[in-house]
Ligand binder design. Structure first.
Ligand code: FEO
Ligand code: CA
Ligand code: CA
Length: 740
């Protein structure tokens, strides 16, 4: 969740299935600023000897043994800080023109509806797709490529309007993604801009004399927005049931849906297409009037954070896009209102929110192919999608996280077996692999084992679920969160990106943090073992610094139903005492891991942060790691303490990496999150997204132009002043491989 400060108290919690209602014990009064770095509740560990846990030393075969750059110190500078010998350039920033027909971006607010031809806002997941001289897909580095970038959020749209956002009679507002809208009518031009700054941008980039730059007015440049027509796909036998859940006034048959929104993490298919993952789709919807939905619909609305009551709720949970008055023949505004105003779903937009929350496939090199909603991969708050190692004749697995407090990790296993002949076949290959298969959610056991629990009406726990009466497989897919509740998946500390280690095919997931409303001593589990209070700086408790879990599938099989797991790293400040379970130092301390990505060239595990806990002493960052493998560390017992609460929790921690194998590589500008990563195959150019610099700017400071960050204008990119999200490319001044 990157659209505003991580672990923001306003982050909604939609998983109420756990009956976790505890007294919230405030650490007020215990937090003494003089005792910086002391923990209110300390958290201790004691070694346990557990049979069956091998402890091999050293990095896994195929990876380097040590990183070869000077660690970057923590930084509060308003710039991208890199190790000596490295430099960065900006490829593109929010608002840059993708067409020769429109003006350059002024960063002063342009009230025209041309954001569908500009680089969107909140750069998130990204990837690079090489093309040959004819513009066709190739897996070779031709020096010419399409850069595909997700644009996550409109939470900083205030920077793009001349004087902030407008609601009713109020101007100069900075809306939070989760709503400070006052219920007034929104101006059409502002709303069109906000809608169109979401989605995906595709821009041509070329390498000239070793330097990558965007081809500003390439005919291959294009945008996919929340308004782009998209295909509905799923198992043939369930397609009619799926369409019934998608029927609206715009498409009464449920055949046609529009667009993609809140595009967060991504995935790259083995056949060379891009998966954009729709994360927090719920805050865009309001509900103004009409009768109460039925009880089953209300259960689903609640579980997905959608407005359950008319007017009052909707006013507090959306950007007010549905309030635009005037001509709306294309239903561009009405679609954001879930009110039951018609006689049936075919006459209103009660089902519109069912068209978001998916993994959506895009073919970057075929501009005429429509994005395809991959319903079979489940509807939830998708963060990223990572493939198993493709093996000819075997199914493919896609691992996915649902980013919410106490939400789950999921896996889709394709029915079709992988054939390398499908490389380059575009979304036709996606139709083969991503429409039919089995959906699972992860259960992490306290003994270091795990199971994938089946999400299907064939699962008796789902068929007989009391909380929600599933009538067909389509409902299991579209309401996958409810199915995972019933199936007994393990609630996690906010699953963000996943990644596969190319050395041994183990799967990693960043669990960014979890506040003390749910993660308290006595209510931890082995896979989410911490509950402590950090009295330092931002003073947060629960699991304020997050961790990274990893697992090894049984027999290394994509279709395995069992796995072994351990915790690769625990985030912490280096002087956090016993909370520093991975023995981090000033050179590699971090908090709130989010983006996660392995280099094919160097096997480095890159870790990106979206933090709100240690931002008093450092902006968000990118670290490099050389991991070992599941089971290379130790069984430990964590001694959790939060205020007067305490409890012990056994878990498994990976081998301590030390500064040789874990080092800070980059620190971002003020207020920014670091997210999205890819590289050229030679490992000599690293593309990284810098999202929402200046996001902590207050509404009162907008009109006065007192922004928290002025990047990248302060470094000569565009007009100085307003902050902008951007894609940067990092190279070594000597042209060498990044990180080694
Ligand atoms: Fe969009 Fe969970 O980060
Ligand atoms: Ca994220
Ligand atoms: Ca701190």
């Amino acid at each position: 969740m990157s659209a505003h400060n991580n672990n923001d108290p306003k982050d909604p919690i939609h998983n109420q299935s756990l009956n976790l209602h505890f007294q919230h014990i405030l650490s007020r009064g215990l937090a003494n600023p003089q005792r910086r770095r002391m923990l209110v509740g300390s958290l201790g560990l004691a070694s346990l000897s557990v049979a069956g846990w091998p402890t091999p030393a050293g990095a896994a075969q195929g990876a380097a043994s040590e990183l070869k750059f000077d660690a970057v110190a923590k930084s509060l500078v308003d710039d991208v800080v890199l190790p000596p010998g490295y430099e960065y350039r900006i490829i593109h920033a929010t608002g840059d023109a993708l067409s020769a027909a429109i003006s350059d971006f002024s960063a002063m607010g342009i009230e025209t509806d041309d954001f569908s031809q500009r680089i969107g806002d909140h750069h998130d997941g990204l990837d690079i797709f090489f093309i040959d001289e004819k513009g066709n897909y190739t897996d070779k580095d031709t020096g010419r490529a399409l850069l595909v970038v997700n644009h996550e959020s409109s939470a900083d749209a205030a920077f793009l309007h001349a004087n902030g956002q407008t609601s009713g009679g109020r101007k100069g507002l900075k809306f939070d993604q989760f709503g400070e809208w006052d219920g007034g009518e929104r101006p059409m031009q502002e709303v069109l801009k906000e809608i169109n700054l979401h989605g995906v941008s595709i821009s041509e980039i070329r390498r000239t004399k070793g330097q990558w730059a965007m081809v500003k007015k390439s005919p291959l440049n294009r945008r996919i927005t929340p308004e782009t027509p998209a295909r509905v796909t799923g198992p043939v036998s369930q397609l009619q049931d799926i369409r019934n859940l998608l029927a609206t006034r715009f498409s009464p048959t449920g055949v046609r849906v529009r667009g993609t929104i809140n595009n967060c993490g991504m995935g790259r298919t083995p056949w060379g297409t891009y998966l954009t993952c729709e994360e927090n789709f719920f805050p865009y919807f309001g509900r103004t009037e009409g009768p109460e939905p039925d009880a089953k619909t209300l259960t689903a609305l609640k579980r997905y954070g959608l407005p359950m009551k008319s007017a009052l709720d909707s006013r507090n949970s959306s950007q007010g896009w549905h309030t635009v008055s005037g001509s709306d023949e294309q239903m561009r505004f009405a679609r954001w209102n879930l009110a039951w105003t018609g006689k049936s779903a075919k006459e209103d937009f009660r089902n519109e929110a069912n068209s978001f929350g998916y993994v959506t496939e895009i073919d970057p090199v075929r501009p005429k192919s429509a994005p395809a909603k991959r319903i079979a991969l489940g509807r939830f708050v998708h963060e990223a999608a990572v493939f198993s190692q493709p093996i000819e004749g075997e199914p493919l697995a896609v691992y996915m996280g649902c980013d919410g407090r106490n939400e789950y990790i999921y896996k889709f296993v394709s029915k079709a077996k992988w054939s390398p002949k499908d490389q380059g076949a575009g979304t036709k290959a996606g139709d083969k692999y991503l429409t039919e298969g089995q959906l699972y959610a992860a259960r992490f056991n306290d003994d270091g084992s795990g199971q994938w629990v089946l999400l299907s009406i064939q699962n008796p726990a789902i068929k007989s679920a009391q909380s929600f009466s599933f009538t067909n497989e389509a409902e299991v897919m579209v309401f996958a969160r409810l199915a995972a509740d019933a199936a007994g998946a393990t609630p996690m500390d906010r699953p963000e990106w996943g990644a596969r280690n190319p050395v041994n095919n183990e799967i990693y997931f960043a669990l960014t943090n979890n506040s003390d409303r749910f993660r308290v001593p006595g209510k931890t589990n082995a896979a989410n073992p911490r509950a402590y209070s950090d009295a330092d700086g931002k003073k947060r408790s629960g699991n304020p610094n997050g961790h990274i879990i990893r697992f090894k599938e049984n027999n290394d099989s994509a279709s395995a139903t069992d796995f072994r797991w351990d915790i690769f790293l625990f985030g912490a400040e280096e002087d956090a005492g016993e909370a520093n379970l991975s023995r981090l130092t000033a050179a590699n301390s971090f908090s709130s891991p989010d983006g996660l990505w392995f280099s094919q060239a160097t096997k480095i595990c890159w870790i990106q942060t979206d933090d709100g806990a240690m931002t008093d002493e450092s902006n968000c960052m990118l670290l490099a790691a050389i991991p070992g493998q599941v089971g290379d560390g130790a069984a430990i017992e964590v001694n959790n303490k939060m205020g007067t609460q305490s409890g012990r929790q056994k878990t498994f921690v990976g081998a301590t990496l030390g500064e040789g194998r874990l080092r800070r590589f980059l620190v971002a500008p003020l207020g920014a999150e670091v997210t999205g990563l890819t590289e050229t195959p030679d490992g000599k150019a690293l593309f990284v997204n810098i999202q929402h610099p200046g996001e902590d700017t207050k509404s009162a400071d907008l009109v006065a132009e007192r922004y928290q960050s002025n990047w990248p204008g302060n470094k000569g990119y565009g007009r100085p002043g307003r902050p902008r999200s951007a894609t940067i490319v990092i190279t070594r001044t000597d042209g060498g491989v990044i990180g080694l």
